[in-house]
Ligand binder design. Structure first.
Ligand code: ZN
Length: 439
């Protein structure tokens, strides 16, 4: 049966099922996750109705219920990339720079092209196909200052029925003239885009000052005003990524206690505020995040590639700060969240800590959903949630096939996917129950 003819009806998907109910922690608490070797998802109108062992569920299904059979493959909730730049698709793998040089040498020249709607649309289409090919079903996406760049990514996501968060970048200093707006334009253009896109289908809007150094105090004040006027939108920015950047923020905002404090002073720390990186934070900053409900995106491949530093996942967890996992392409080196987890594991090892495979999958799914305040809609297979899920193939490559032939538990198999998996391991991606990518 063709997928589109299933719309509005019940259909089932069979395969191994793994999902997390909460954070398994670095020790991988087995009570935090569930695994059904032969499992079934029952889906109706794009939402999960039921999940569990296949045989009893199949016995109860009405005879004509279509069943998509992925037996032998592993179903996971769709990956959620908590921070990524779609205009940087074309500068991934650019050589030899740390953050500030990276921005001037690669990022700004590329982003300047996104005032052209045709270019923005072409990149947005490629970008979303690449996300789906990699098993990423939802993302928090930074576009450019151009309203047409926002229209392009939202239109492309709407066409695919994806849940996606984005919003016009605000920059009014320390960037080339053709990438600067004004505080007034930042406010007005954001307001129009919020009215146009926020909560339209599955789309959500983020007020997006790029980072403190490229906004004047007047512009940050306008961003704070928007954040107060539209309390159910998101705030999306960067914080405390690189030492040179932090020194620059100190010079630009001499009154501030810390980099994070700048955002706090302008009313930008609240629930649904997400900051990428947060590598170099102190205890006061972490408490401020905890108290405000603002969250962080852990970007392992970017942090190592740009030499920014090692994110302290455990201390952040201890402060009850929600943490999402993110690729941060193009500073990040892969669109793939399994590859991202591979680097996340290495970063924990360098800190003398563990990242249990189940905790890794948690970060890429339910953890990112929590960081984006979407855990009521996404992140696992609980009934009522939106049926965004992926299918991983343990026969994807000769090496993965050979290595998984000797694993004896789901944890071991997940770890093989985390270390050896990439886009080839993603056999299929489903959005609201429907097939959006098949390898
Ligand atoms: Zn970024």
């Amino acid at each position: 049966m063709h997928e589109s003819s299933m719309k509005g009806k019940r259909h089932a998907v069979r395969g191994s099922l793994f999902h997390c109910l909460c954070d398994p922690g670095p020790g991988g608490d087995s009570r935090a996750s569930e695994y059904f070797e032969d499992g079934l998802l029952l889906i109706e109108n794009g939402r999960i109705v039921e999940y569990g062992p296949a045989l009893p569920a199949l016995a109860r299904l009405p005879e004509n219920t279509p069943v998509t059979d992925y037996s032998g493959k592993l179903l996971l909730p769709g990956f959620i990339d908590a921070h990524i730049h779609y205009p940087q698709t074309d500068i991934i793998a650019s050589y030899g720079a740390q953050l500030l040089e990276w921005l001037n040498k690669y990022t700004f020249p590329t982003e300047a092209r996104f005032g052209d709607p045709e270019h923005a649309e072409e990149v947005a289409e490629f970008f979303l196909e690449e996300l789906l090919r990699n098993g990423t079903t939802t993302a928090m996406v930074m576009p450019t200052i151009h309203p047409v760049s926002v229209d392009a990514i939202f239109s492309a996501a709407q066409k695919r029925n994806m849940r996606l968060i984005s919003g016009k970048v605000l920059m009014d200093r320390n960037a080339p003239d053709n990438l600067c707006d004004t505080p007034r334009e930042a406010y007005e253009q954001s307001r129009l885009l919020i009215e146009k896109w926020h909560k339209r289908d599955r789309l959500l809007y983020a007020i997006t000052p790029r980072f403190a150094p490229t906004s004047t105090e007047a512009q940050l004040r306008e961003a704070g005003k928007l954040a107060a006027e539209y309390p159910d939108t998101y705030v999306h920015s960067h914080v405390a990524e690189n030492h040179e950047e932090i020194a620059w923020v100190e010079a630009l905002f001499p009154w501030s206690r810390s980099y994070l404090d700048v955002y706090h002073k302008f009313g930008l720390l609240r629930e649904r505020s997400l900051f990428a990186h947060g590598i170099h934070l102190d205890k006061t900053d972490r408490k401020l995040l905890e108290k405000s409900g603002a969250t962080l995106a852990f970007c392992p491949t970017s942090n190592t590639f740009l030499g920014s530093g090692l994110f302290d996942l455990e201390d952040t967890r201890q402060h009850n700060v929600r943490v999402g996992l993110a690729t941060d392409v193009g500073g990040g080196t892969s669109f793939n969240m399994l590859q991202t987890l591979s680097d996340a594991y290495k970063i924990q090892q360098l800190a003398g800590r563990n990242l249990a495979p189940t905790q890794g999958i948690y970060l890429a799914t339910l953890g990112s959903a929590q960081a984006l305040y979407l855990e009521d809609k996404l992140g696992n297979f609980l009934p009522g949630k939106e049926a965004d899920f992926i299918v991983l193939d343990d026969q994807a490559t000769p090496l993965i096939s050979r290595r998984t032939s000797t694993t004896t538990s789901i944890e071991e198999k997940l770890f093989v996917f985390m270390k050896l998996g990439d886009d080839r391991a993603v056999y299929a991606t489903h959005i609201m129950g429907e097939e959006a990518h098949l390898r």
